[in-house]
Every structure is written in C-alpha cells, then in structure tokens.
Design a binder for this molecule. Structure first.
Ligand code: ADP
Length: 446
C-alpha cells in the first residue's frame, strides 16, 4: 500500500479523500493556498504545505509547487480529486515522471477523453451510440451550416475542450447559426485556450444519465449503476439521484454491458464516468469524465462501496476482486449540491460562516468542509457542501431529504438550501418526471 498520499485539492473533496486514507491507515498531505490556511482540509491532514497565493492558477493549478510539496513530504501517490488538475494528462505524466503514482487513469486515456471529439470518435468505433452530430470539428461557418442542414435544427455548438457547461450554444434556426457559432468559439478560446467546436443535434427532452465505471489493471471492468443528473441550471448539475427514476433494471443492464465492453477494449483503468443523454428509450453518449465525480456519493450509498478506496487499491496494483454479479443496488439516494450563492439570483455569496449545523440521523450524509467561523473565499468554485440521503424507496428518500434540508443551518453566507427546499416540494420532482430543461423553467418561474 502507499506510504503517504498528497491530495491536490481543497474543500469537501479533499476531506472526502482524507477520510478514506485515514481508514486505510495512509497518512495524508494537504496542499493549500494562503486563502485556505485555516481550512478544514488543512486542519485535518497529517501534514500540510502552502503552495501559493489565493488565485487557483498560482496555487491549486501550480504544478511545480504541488510536485515540490509531494517531494519534500515524501508522498508516493497523489490524488487529484475533481476539477483543478484532475483531468490534466500532462500533470498525470509529470507525477509519474517524479516516481509517484497518479491515482486515476493513464495519461493516454485522460487525453483521449479530454477532447470530446476524439472521445466521441473512440466510442463510435467501439459501437457506443452517439448523439447525431458533425463528423468531428467544424472549422468554419460553411462547414457548420452544412453539418446543421444534415443533422436538422435545432443544433448545439459545443467546445471540444468544454467542461462545466461552458462553450455551448444553441441555434434553434438557420438564422441563429452564425452568431451561436462565433460566440461558442470565442467562449471556447477564452475558457479553454482551444477554439475547436463541433455540432450535435439539440435534444428537446432528454435526461442526463451517467454510468459509474471502475476498472483494474488486469482487464476487469464493472459498473456501479447509473446516476440521473438531469436537474441542471446552465448545463451544470444541481441535484443527482441513484438510480434514475426513468430507468428499468433491464435498461441499466443493457447500458452497463455496452459501456463495460467498450472500456475493456481500450484497456481503461481506475474510475470513470460515461455520460449519456436518454430520450425515447435511446441512449446517446456525450462525453466521458476520467475522474471521481462530484456526485459519486449517491452511487456509494446505493452500492455500499467506497469509490475512493477502490481508486486507491487499483492505483496500487490490486485487482478488483469482485464481478458485476456481486454488485447489488439497495434503495435510492439523492444528493443536493449546496453552493454559497443567493438562491434566487445565483450571485456568489462568499464570507464568514457564523453558524453551522449539519443534519444527521439515519440515511443522511453531509460532505462539507464548512465549520462555524470558517471563511468561504471568493476565489474558487462556490460549492460548499453536499447533502446526501439514502432510503429504501425514492418516496422515502424525498421525505428524508425534506427533513434533512429543514435541519440544515448555515448563517453568515447565503446558500442554495432554500432552492432545494422548493424543488423537494414540487410535484414534477416528486414524480421524478423531469428532463434536463425542467429546472431552468422552474427557476425562471420563481
Ligand atoms: P460539459 O462537459 O460542459 O459538462 P456536456 O457535454 O457534459 O458538457 O453537457 C452538459 C449538459 O448539457 C448535459 O448534461 C445536457 O444537459 C446538456 N447537453 C449536452 N449536449 C446536449 C445535446 N446534444 N442536446 C441537449 N442538451 C445537451
């Protein structure tokens, strides 16, 4: 087993990874910016190293500083969490070049899936169904027009290097295409330093359903079922469920088979998530994330598995040690992402947390690095915690969620807890009968 793991992240996910390391008896090293010296992930780590000033590019994205921190503390493995450097193939390569283990997939697979155009081509070649779209990148407006005519309007222009819902623009009609194309390109260039874009048919009522995969270095690949992440605002997830209210066990098995066979063929290793749009009982692949996802806890709750533990074991060279038929799904889990934002305008609300009380009781899990007196800095993502509930049925999980949200008290900053409370009371949500477009309308209707 590893001697010491450096966690190249902050906030709730740094704590989440520390918890598993502690259970495995592996000491941890926290890294932090000067804005995070008092943060919980620093307080609870065995060792910590300050890696730079507040700005992420000078600290959590500062590769030389992170590698130096690992070297001086004698860490032999590094967990990247999600966001920051977690899907940076060059970083993964550098970690390995410094004789440390990167707890994640190979740089080759990170690179393949990091570009959505190459990811889609790879999946198509493996027989995974795709959303109809352009055949690769569209270099100019003439190519975009030709592709859109072939696919049929409405179309979505997407950035090859996209993430976090950015670099994505809809063209409802031919006359919208030129503007949408140039805005998407500019956004892609500014956000990702890569202006390659492609086109997809814009689906009018899909659900976002993704599959959690785990693979070892010996060719064993299993899936831990699906998550339904259709509740989104600006293409970003707000609330996730396992399993999907829309999927039968038979449909899950069929999807699982296609996905695990594809990843076996490419020799994928460690955790990964295949994302699909699901409409009219058809799955269509949109992208693959080569890391632990924010929403991984709902899978952990229904499968009774510690996904971080599995990631660490596999990175260490262990075999999975179980088969698909050993994986059982019990009950239903729901996660709410809680952000430090005004719940109606979504304006960020950083600042000092004056009081903090987390809900508890049977089937309630809170993943958060907040504590009374801590400061939510303005420099990073506004997510400050996740509330996860688990119950035997979806209806019971919804009731538990309502109860837990009412117990949750955070003062000093504004949070999206009131928005989640409104969602829980809504009949459409309660029926589980929503698509990716529903939340946007719900929020707009106030
Ligand atoms: P990102 O990497 O930025 O998260 P994704 O490709 O994963 O981008 O898409 C994010 C979300 O955008 C999806 O979950 C879905 O809600 C929406 N979306 C993506 N592609 C389509 C499409 N072809 N039609 C309709 N909605 C889409």
């Amino acid at each position: 087993m590893f001697q010491k793991i450096l966690i190249a992240n902050r906030g709730e996910i740094a704590l989440r990874i520390q918890r598993t390391c502690r259970e495995l008896g592996i000491p941890t090293v926290a890294v932090h910016s000067t804005a995070d010296s008092e943060a919980m992930h620093v307080r609870l780590a065995d060792e910590s190293v300050c890696i730079g000033p507040p700005s992420a590019k000078d600290s959590y994205l500062n590769i030389p500083a992170i590698l130096s921190a690992a070297e001086i503390t004698g860490a032999d493995a590094l967990h990247p969490g999600y966001g920051f450097l977690s899907e940076n193939a060059n970083f993964a390569e550098m970690v390995e070049a410094h004789a440390m283990t990167f707890i994640g997939p190979s740089p080759q697979h990170i690179r393949m899936m990091g570009d959505k155009i190459t990811a889609k081509a790879a999946m198509a070649a493996l027989g995974v169904p795709l959303v109809p779209g352009s055949d690769g990148a569209v270099p100019d407006i003439a190519a975009a027009r030709a592709a859109a005519e072939r696919i049929g309007y409405p179309v979505l222009i997407k950035a090859a290097a996209g993430g976090g819902g950015r670099g994505m623009k809809v063209a409802q009609r031919p006359e919208d295409l030129e503007d949408a194309f140039s805005v998407a390109r500019t956004e892609a260039r500014t956000a990702f330093g890569n202006d390659a874009v492609y086109l997809e048919k814009y689906l009018d009522r899909p659900r976002h359903i993704e599959l959690q995969i785990m693979a070892d270095s010996f060719g064993n690949v299993v899936h831990f079922g699906e998550r339904d992440c259709s509740l989104q605002r600006r293409h970003q997830k707000l609330l996730e469920e396992a399993g999907s209210p829309a999927l039968t066990p038979r449909a899950r098995d069929a999807l699982g088979l296609v996905a695990t066979q594809a990843l076996t063929k490419i020799g994928y290793r460690n955790a990964g998530t295949l994302e699909f749009l699901y409409q009219d009982e058809q799955f269509a692949f949109i992208e693959m994330n080569t890391r632990l996802q924010v929403e991984h806890p709902v899978t952990e709750m229904v499968c009774g598995v510690d996904l971080v533990r599995e990631q660490i074991r596999i990175a260490c060279g262990a075999e999975l040690g179980y088969r698909q038929s050993d994986i059982r799904f019990t009950g239903h889990a729901i996660e709410c992402r809680i952000t430090a934002e005004d719940p109606t305008t979504f304006v960020p609300s950083p600042g000092r947390v004056t009081a903090f009380h987390a809900p508890g009781g049977l089937g309630v899990r809170v993943d958060s690095a907040l504590y009374a007196g801590c400061v939510v800095p303005p420099y990073y993502d506004s997510m400050v915690g996740k509330l996860i509930v688990h119950a035997p049925t979806r209806a019971e999980a919804v009731a538990r969620l309502r109860r837990a949200l009412a117990e949750f008290a955070i003062s000093g900053i504004q949070t999206t807890i009131p928005l989640h409370q409104r969602i829980v009371e809504d009949a459409t949500f309660q029926a589980g009968d929503y698509t990716i477009h529903w939340l946007e309308q719900f929020v707009a209707a106030g």
